[in-house]
Design a protein around this ligand. Sequence first.
Ligand code: SF4
Length: 350
Amino acid sequence: MKRTETNKIKVGNLTIGGTNTVLIQSMCNIKTSKVSEICEQINDCARLGADLMRVSIVDKEDALALKEIKKHVSIPLIADIHFDYRLALLAIENGADKIRINPGNIGSIDKIQQVVDACKKANVSIRIGINSGSLDKEIIKEGEKVTHIHLVNSAKKHVKIIEDMGFTDIVLSLKGSDVKETIAAYRLASKTFKYPLHLGITEAGTKEVGVIRSVAGLSPLLLEGIGDTIRISLTDSPQEEIKVCKRLLHDIGLYPNYPTLISCPTCGRTEVDVKKVASQVLELLEYTNKKITVAVMGCPVNGPGEAKHADIGLAGGKMKWVLFKKGHVIDTIDEKDAFTRLKKEIESFK
Ligand code: SF4
């Protein structure tokens, strides 16, 4: 897949943009000053595949906490600042690798200049995060429906402010909650700017609806080669967001060395709890960075054949499961031992 080339931006030890790998990120949902809890969450997300994590900087304590957090985590951190330039300065001073702030919302040019100067000095990049819910009056009139043009115009406005100060280590996001407008906004942004794009759908909802909405919005863009980093925003934990990011990238061929789970939809022939076993297997695979296809099928008659492209799989009959490899049954196992046996096979798979 040909990826759209964008400017390369350093974020800690990572590069966003160029034609690099699409990076995965999420946002912590714990107050940043709760250092041990947030470190645990960041490290768990990193184990699951997060390349970088964003944290909220709501007050001075949060900004100061970054220094200690950085000692215990190995992935870059983005400090999310809303309006207070002093918090941005403090976050940069305490080790933020990137800040998310919209220059036009900080206030006077002098305040913006201070933040830009601090970023330049510390090699910290800035994500300008345009969001359909917070466009200013210069961009959209009261009661007007948000379109992709508004989102891109807002990005232009914020970008210009810091470009005029000679700052170009910029990543852009243009998140709307309307899927079609968001796709159009990113397509237009990709033609308008050379800056790396952070893709996402905002306020996507709970996992059940948010995954569908995000995949509907992000897949067309990623398949067109647009997007340098992604977040799937869900009303759920960051760990769940990371898992969905990985699955999405994997399924469209942008995250190759990763396991694939297939499971049958079940039917009137099913006599085992396919859903339960498939969920257990998925949980195991989320932490397995191996290129392996694993199947969980509901009957031993059709299952191994239907999943013959799987490297390994289980197909369940009455109280028994058969273990198969590439469609060939190699063993029959009691129901209680089936998952443990499959786990061992996955662990020893090379
Ligand atoms: Fe039905 Fe068996 Fe196919 Fe599952 S594998 S859908 S149980 S026929």
